[in-house]
Design a protein around this ligand. Sequence first.
Ligand code: AMP
Length: 397
Amino acid sequence: MENFRKLGIIEPVLKAIKDEHFEKPSEIQEKSIPMILEGKDVIAGSATGSGKTLAFGAAIIQHCEKGRGLQALVLTPTRELAEQISQALKKFSKYKPLEIAAVYGGVSINPQMQKLRIADVVIATPGRMLDHMQRGTVNLSKVKILVLDEADRMADMGFIDDVEHIIRACPKERQTMLFSATITDELKRISSRYMRDPVKVSAEVYVDAKKLTQVYYDVPDNMKFSLLVHLLNQERAGLVMVFCNTQRNTDFVADNLRFNGIPAMAIHGGMSQDRRNQAIESFHSCKVGVLVCTDVAARGLDIKGVSHIYNYDAPKESKQYIHRIGRTARAGKEGIAVNLVASRDYENFSRVLRDNDVQVEKMQAPYIEKVRLKLPAEDRKRFGRRGGNFAKPRRRY
Ligand code: AMP
C-alpha cells in the first residue's frame, strides 16, 4: 500500500484499493496520479486495461464532496464503458461515498433525470449528455473535473462535435484529463483548445506479448462455423470472446453455438441495453463461457480472465486486430488468439499481418465433421421451419 500512498492518494481510497487487492500501481497510475492529484491537466496515452480508471478516479474522489452538485463529469464512448466506470468508481469511493450516476442512451431518460439532480459525479455518453443539456435536466456550472475517456474512440464514432459542445458548457476554471490509446491530430486540436498546459504521460499496453499465442487456421468457407465448434469443444477454455464484423453474423454465431450445446451470448449495438447488460453480466459471472461480439460492443469492456480470442471474421482494419487481441493475455495471464481464415477473410487478414508486427503461426486444420445449423429467422420463413442441416445455405457465414 506504501507505493500507492506515495502517489498522494488519500486514506479512504487507499483502503478501497486494499480491498481490491491491488499490490502495486500500474505504470499509468504511477506516472499520472501525482500530477492528476496536483490538479494538472493531463493527456494520457493508455489503452483499456492500463488502470486508468483509478488514475482519474483518485482525483475525482479526493476533490469532490457529497451534496455539492455535479462536480466531475466523465465522457466515454459506449454505454458499457459508462456502466463499468461507474461501478469501478463506486468501489473506489466506498469509504468516501459520493452520488455516482451513469447516463447513457438506449434506456429511459426519466430515471436519469432524478439521478442527475443529486449526482456528484456523472459518467456519460456524449449523445445522452447533450440530450439532458438541451432539456435543461443537468447543471454543469459546478463541474471542476472533466475526463474525456477513450477520446480516440469517441472521435472514431463521430462524437467529437458533441464532446466539444459539452466541454464548452463546462466552467473554464476546471481540470481536464484526456485518456486515449492514440493521440490523433483531431485530439491535439481539442487539447490545445480546451486544456491548460497539459502534461503528457504514456504507458505500455498491458497485453504481455510473451504470454500471447497467435495462430490461424485456413478453412473452407462452409466449414468455418464447424471448426469454431470443434475448437471450442476441444479446448474447454476459460472465458472466450468471438469477434464478428456484423451484427448479423454475431447473432448467427451465438444462436448456432447454443444450438450446438455451447453456452454463448451475443452482444452488439442492435440489442437493447438491457439485453447487452444481461449478456455482460452472465459472462462476468461465468454463467456463459462464450461472448460473441462486434468490435464496437466489446470496446473498452473490462472482463478479466479471457483466455481465448477468436476472430470469426478477420477485422477490416488492422488496428482492430490489436484491440481484439488486447482482450486476453492481460495482467500477466496466458492468452491465445485464434484466427479462422476463410477465402473471404484473406484480404483483411493479410492486411493485418502486413500492418502489424505480429507473429501468427499457421495451424493444421483438424479433421472435423460438419455441424448442424439453425436457419436464420428470415431463411426459415422461406424454407419452412425445418431448422437442422441445410445443404446449400444461401449465405455464407
Ligand atoms: P482500467 O484500465 O481502469 O479499466 O483497469 C483495468 C483493470 O485493472 C480493472 O479490472 C482494474 O480493477 C484493474 N486494476 C487497476 N489498477 C490495478 C492495479 N494497480 N493492480 C492490479 N489491477 C489493477
